[in-house]
Design a protein around this ligand. Structure first.
Ligand SMILES: NC(=O)c1ccc[n+]([C@@H]2O[C@H](COP(=O)([O-])OP(=O)(O)OC[C@H]3O[C@@H](n4cnc5c(N)ncnc54)[C@H](OP(=O)(O)O)[C@@H]3O)[C@@H](O)[C@H]2O)c1
Length: 269
């Protein structure tokens, strides 16, 4: 089992058409490894898949919306039929928050954020658990949360809530599934270069390049760490913030406020 954590033969990554997901796909791509990648934008997904194939990896892709539970389950079942899923990374996500002019978060965008980030993650994790349990193979699941989960941020309340929900869910799952040899890891990144972080306008302390973030995540998963939080100074600062009395935290938070350029529901062309 620990061998599979260090060197998974089959890796599934949702939201692999850009940003952290694409960087993870490239970080795992190597001869003899099978990658199953999803996204919505076909052109970008195929471009990531081609780059991974060029390293010698075998790559399967599916254009699907993680909100479509049946489509995600079908894809995972097809991938599993060709060999056990060793590692499933629930990465696909969206963000919303205070608008560029400082206006209140758009309610529809807030609901979309919760739907994609929470339900989309459940739609990925639950069939993965079913397939792993049926095979009695062990295996590993990673959920991409955020440091924004650790304290509700005034700049992005729905995003914080969505990530807090999936982080708590994954933490609970880790204990529940441990007796069956299935590992679950919560990943809590700070700011990482991507289309999502490009839409954040404001101070982005300790911004990490996506390829470096993928390396940190990969090493943490190989060690089966319960939580991978990075970069350390921001993780430490965020943890400290949660320990401050409320009145003091409320004075500190505006220093780190950002605004969010809206993201359309439809995948970009
Ligand atoms: N970047 C950061 O600073 C940061 C920090 C903490 C956590 N995170 C988390 O890291 C994950 C990846 O974010 P990122 O920064 O790499 O953002 P990104 O560059 O915007 O990539 C998001 C990925 O998710 C996919 N996606 C979005 N909505 C989807 C849907 N409804 N169905 C299927 N796929 C969907 C996108 O696919 P298409 O483009 O093809 O639609 C894309 O591949 C997210 O969960 C995010 O919350 C990011």
């Amino acid at each position: 089992m620990t061998g599979a954590w260090r060197d998974p033969a089959t890796v599934v990554i949702t939201g692999a058409s850009g940003g952290i997901g694409a960087a993870l796909a490239l970080a795992y791509a190597q001869p003899g490894r099978r990658l199953a990648l999803t996204g919505r934008n076909e052109a970008r997904l195929e471009s990531v898949a081609s780059a991974c194939r060029a390293t010698g990896a075998t790559v399967t892709t599916a254009c699907l919306d993680v909100r479509d539970a049946a489509a995600v389950r079908k894809f995972l079942t097809i991938v599993d039929a060709d060999g056990a899923l060793d590692l499933v990374i629930a990465n696909a996500g969206v963000s919303s928050g205070v608008g560029l002019a400082g206006q209140c978060e758009d309610w529809a965008a807030a609901r979309l954020t919760l739907d994609v980030n929470l339900n989309g993650t459940l739609n990925t994790v639950q069939p993965a658990v079913d397939l792993l349990r049926a095979r009695r193979h062990g295996g590993q699941i990673a959920v991409i949360g955020s440091l924004a989960a650790w304290r509700g941020l005034p700049s992005c309340p729905a995003y914080s809530a969505s990530k807090a929900a999936i982080e708590a869910y994954a933490e609970g799952l880790r204990g529940m599934l441990a007796p069956e040899g299935i590992a679950v890891t919560v990943v809590s990144p700070g700011y990482v270069t991507s289309a999502m972080s490009d839409r954040l306008h404001g101070f982005k302390p300790f911004l990490v390049p996506a390829d470096r973030a993928a390396g940190v995540i990969r090493r943490g998963l190989a060690a089966n760490r319960p939580r991978i939080a990075f970069p350390l100074p921001l993780a430490f600062g965020t943890r400290l913030l949660t320990l401050l009395p409320g009145w003091l935290a409320e004075r500190v938070l505006p220093l780190f406020a950002f605004r969010v350029r809206p993201q359309g529901d439809d995948p970009p062309p």
